[in-house]
Design a binder for this molecule. Structure first.
Ligand code: FPP
Ligand code: MG
Ligand code: MG
Length: 379
């Protein structure tokens, strides 16, 4: 297989699955309204990194031969998972559970790689939820680009972008319901709430909402809690859900969750670091955006601990002329970037330890390589 967009290829074992992902996601997103159809598929056209689905697929495979338990949940039948959700042309999709006749079969249905249809669908659901959050995020952040193209809010306007995000959540919910697994449904529904909670904590930072905030431990714990909700919740709970769908034992389910939580925290720490260190062209989205948005992320929080001067700028959210440049210079001259990288590395090490008891497999190697990839990525 070709190396992925992030350079190396840790996904030998799921490469075939990944090839079908975009198509399968687009199948879930068809709308009879041509404009809604276009906008909701917009971010699927420029392929993202697919970090979340890749993790779900790797976790599904890595736990295939782990000890199993009998779960007394209703076993989803193939029909419930695979029957078409989106009507080809009609607008009135009145009864989504009644099978629509236009046949839709997963093109990758025949691949025998140990991944269950429900786990494959879960991978698609994670990308739908993630993409929905990006549609909303780009409106909130007044972003102009995403995945090296104009962001949806720029291409179609705020109203359409918000509605398209809502549509993605709706379709993700239908697909989730069709898994017929209440525990998995609850996990992913909680993720949606967590995403909003994380975004809210970021918008209304009660740890920093004073005129002259001083650095305290709580500043960092608030940031990490927010980071869990905004980024690690989806990754951790979908890893957990993958193990649950595979009927893994509670120990394996916990290990999958711990891997996802630690990797997810590292992922966002690196994201916040790249906002300082990489150009917008390379990122495919605006760089240096966090300070412009008034946000104090890990590199700045670490710089602030060494240099109380930054508190004044934090207090006014870098709003005065020259603040953004000043804060940026102070961060780059501090070891805030290095400390952020070191903290991310600690989390990645924990993620690797979490799955150390998994039997050796190509997928386990893939999960380990994902950790390296998160640390070395430049976009
Ligand atoms: C990207 O962060 C955004 C998120 C990880 C989550 C945003 C969540 C919401 C907007 C709440 C609504 C949620 C749903 C499910 C509709 P970023 O802005 O730091 O990163 P970026 O540089 O990629 O824009
Ligand atoms: Mg953003
Ligand atoms: Mg944002």
């Amino acid at each position: 297989p070709q190396p992925g967009p992030m350079g190396i290829d840790p996904l030998r074992s799921v490469a075939k699955e990944m090839k079908f992902l975009t198509g399968n996601i687009q199948q879930l997103l068809g709308s009879g309204h041509p404009i809604l159809d276009t906008i909701s598929k917009y971010y699927t056209q420029s392929e993202g990194k697919y970090v979340r689905p890749m993790l779900v697929l790797l976790m599904s495979q890595a736990t295939v031969s782990s000890p199993k338990r009998q779960r007394n949940t209703f076993n989803p039948d193939r029909h419930a998972i695979d029957s078409p959700i989106s009507p080809a042309r009609v607008l009135s999709d009145t009864n989504p559970s009644s099978p629509l006749t236009s046949s839709f079969s997963n093109a990758n249905e025949g691949i025998d790689d140990g991944i269950l249809p429900s786990q494959r669908r879960l991978a698609e659901i994670t990308e739908l939820i993630h993409t929905a959050s990006l549609l909303h995020d780009d409106v909130i952040d007044h972003s102009v680009s995403r995945r090296s193209a104009p962001s949806a809010n720029i291409a179609f306007g705020n109203k359409m972008a918000v509605l398209a995000g809502d549509f993605l959540l709706g379709r993700a919910s239908v697909a989730l319901a069709r898994l017929r697994d209440p525990e998995v449904t609850e996990l992913l529904a909680t993720v949606i709430a967590n995403l909003v909670e994380g975004e809210f904590m970021q918008l209304k930072n009660t740890a920093l909402d004073e005129k002259y905030p001083v650095w305290k431990e709580e500043t960092v714990s608030y940031y990490l809690e927010k980071t869990y909700l905004k980024s690690a919740s989806l990754i951790s709970k979908s890893c957990r859900a993958a193990a649950l769908l595979g009927r893994s034992t509670p120990e394996v389910v916990e290990a999958a969750y711990s891997y996802g939580k630690n990797l997810g925290l590292a992922f966002q720490l690196v994201d916040d670091m790249l906002d300082y260190t990489i150009s917008g062209v390379e990122l495919g989205k605006p760089a240096g955006a966090d300070l412009e948005l008034g946000l104090a992320t890990a590199p700045l929080l670490f710089a602030w601990r060494e240099n109380e001067e930054l508190g004044v700028l934090v207090g006014r959210k870098f709003a005065k002329a020259g603040d953004v440049q000043k804060a940026r210079d102070l961060v780059l001259r501090s070891d805030g970037i290095e400390q952020t990288r070191a903290l991310a590395q600690d989390y990645v090490d924990k993620a690797i330890r979490a799955i150390s008891a998994f039997p050796d497999s190509q997928a386990k190697t893939g999960l380990t390589e994902m950790c390296t990839k998160v640390m070395t990525r430049r976009k």
